[in-house]
Design a protein around this ligand. Structure first.
Ligand SMILES: NC(=O)C[C@H](N)C(=O)O
Length: 344
């Protein structure tokens, strides 16, 4: 029987109402006990690394989860991370960059209703995630939620109440779990590699092979969604607190020319910081070379293009790449940063 480690972090799945609003109350052991089918399909152990609403999850928490996977890696065939849904997509992206190669499956899930609620989606999601984590064809970081299996770098929470809370943006779902069976989409291994992992061609398809663990992130990265009439002071105000800024431009890549917005953004890279350009449209990605209002950002040292990656993935990738590209004094090698950014 395969061995699965359930890493419990909290979230609605573990929550109960104790008079001041829903808050995590149950342990991972208690959650697993709600789903007896889990013990019938694998040997399960639980690690409780924290018990928080995912609103309070930070990049340090991603490192804690990745550290737990690393510590237990040889003892288990797969990992399930029980997590609040609100920032689950960020953590899934963070883990995708912290555990690269073609690692054993690391499957994130949670629920929209507490596991003790009679209509809960938590039992189904927990069992589905375990089924994916023990599946022979599974590898890498994934989200299993509401029957869908989604790449860890493509997930976005798109619904606040419904059970189908997550969509896969710009890449198809990796598969589905239906009636207790994992059904992978056609050509899924190639897509999984394209989405998240820097795989060599011979690593495509089949079971997990080598895992590459990283244990550093630079959390000094913010996301700025441009809005009509934004004051350049807002762009400036973020600078002291950040080493990089992920900019959600308009449409295909429009950056306002009025009131010094373009100049104030470009001053970031002149000061040695990094800009990552993306779009506020969820689908089809950005291309700043098309319109005049984006051209100034093309071929500029220090400016990286986000393509069709999600903002969640770009934030996590930037935190990872900045940490790898910095020397001990924190000076970032831009060439190395650009290479790392393009590598996964
Ligand atoms: N459904 C959920 O899990 C929401 C909860 N606030 C969390 O993210 O922890």
């Amino acid at each position: 029987m395969k061995r699965v480690l359930v890493i419990a972090t909290g979230g609605t799945i573990a929550s109960a109402e104790e008079g001041s609003g829903l808050a995590p109350a149950l342990t991972g052991e208690q959650l697993v006990a709600f789903v007896p089918e889990v013990a019938q399909v694998c040997r399960v152990e639980v690690a409780q690394v924290m018990n928080v609403d995912s609103t309070n999850m930070r990049p340090e928490g991603w490192l804690t989860i990745a550290g737990e996977v690393r510590r237990s890696y040889d003892d288990f065939d797969g990992f399930v991370v029980l997590h609040g849904t609100d920032t689950l997509a960020y953590t899934a992206a963070g883990l995708s960059y912290l555990v690269q190669g073609r690692p054993k499956p690391i499957v994130l899930t949670g629920s929209q209703l507490p596991i003790g609620d009679p209509g809960t989606d938590g039992k189904r999601n927990l069992l589905d995630a375990v089924l994916v984590a023990r599946d022979d064809a599974a590898a890498g970081v994934m989200v299993a939620f509401g029957g869908k299996v989604i790449s860890g770098t493509a997930a976005r929470k798109v619904r606040t109440r419904s059970f189908e809370a997550f969509d896969s943006l710009n890449v198809p779902d990796l598969g589905r779990v239906r009636d207790g069976r994992v059904e992978w989409a056609d050509g899924v291994c190639e897509r999984m590699c394209g989405a998240a992992w820097a795989c060599a061609a011979e690593e495509v398809g089949g079971a997990p092979s080598a895992a590459r663990f990283y244990d550093e992130l630079n959390p000094r990265v913010a996301v700025l969604k441009l809005t009509p009439g934004m004051d350049a002071l807002v762009v400036d105000a973020l600078r002291p607190a950040c080493d990089a800024l992920v900019v959600e431009a308009f449409g295909l890549g429009g950056i306002p020319e009025y009131d010094g917005i373009t100049e104030t953004l470009l001053a970031w890279v002149d000061a040695g910081k990094t800009l990552v350009m993306t779009t506020q449209c969820p689908y089809e990605g950005a291309d700043l070379s098309v319109y005049e209002v984006g051209r100034a950002f093309c071929d500029r040292p220090g400016v990286l293009m986000g393509g069709s990656a999600t903002t969640e993935a770009l934030l996590a990738k930037t935190m990872w790449a900045l940490a790898q590209a910095a020397d001990p004094d924190g000076v970032v090698d831009r060439e190395k940063l650009a290479e790392l950014f393009a590598s996964c």
